[in-house]
Design a protein. Sequence first.
Length: 339
Amino acid sequence: MQTKPHALVVMSRQSFDAHFDRSRLERLAALVTLADPLWTDDLDTPEARTRLAEVEVLITSWGAPPLTSARLTSAPELRAVLHCAGSVRGLLGDAVWRRGIQVASAADANAIPVAEYTLAAIIFAGKKAPFLAADEQRAYGGWGSVTGYGDLSNFGRTVGVVGFSRIGRKVVGLLGLLGGTTCLVADPYADPDQVAAAGGTLVPLEEVLPRADVLTLHAPELAETRHLIGAAELSLLPDHATVINTARGSLIDSAALAAECAAGRLFAILDVTDPEPLPLDSPLRRLARVMVTPHIAGSLGTEIGRLTDHTLDELARWTAHQPLTAEITAEHWALGLSA
């Protein structure tokens, strides 16, 4: 009888409770060998070091400590890290790639609620719903009293998608639900045929901006993407356009965005900000033309179970020596595609 590989779950207590109900724990135990402790949020305790010495696979999520070279040294048998969340930045380092350890994440599963949130934000942006709700003078006056908000519709509009990432790709597909929408995609690395197959048209960013009624951001956080949308780019957007950010706050120059919204020209729906959370004196907190939500687009509540199921499916493939469907390679890491 083949011996099951030893595994250790590494994440915060809150994450563990959210990921693993009884049935999912039973499935985990059926796939791997678990010991005491089966879960930890601290890899530096004597108990954790003892477990690390025999562990072949780590199941990680939010709250997992970074896998530093010293910690990896304590895990000589480690062959795989399967992450039950999206980004593995902050968790992994170069030592993981030097060791040839396989890595996979549930970012594809986590992309689903982010894309759904983005579609809802686009629809609300078309009707300017959050901003009218925040405008006490107009919120209760009926549509005939609304002025200065542009065209309140979702038909025949142009949506600009910046970044044909796993989330951006899903957003492009979901936009097909809106009648007559023109979807323009800006991504220097995207394949035009793949963009077209998803329902968009690949064009340079400078061509997207003056045409976009809604601009939604899905680019990775890299040194070269910091303030990708700055004062110059914002100035090219049409009057009454809405900027949506569910990716990383650093993609937008917050001060420039606040200035455009305060001037009454643009609107914004932000699930991420730079910095995060926003300082108490940030003008973005006070503007009726800006809606800020507390980084809720990603998986929460029952959605977390989908991430666990995705990871357990990967674990089943890994234990059966089958290819992983969501493997992150050193090349992905270098390009920022793991973020």
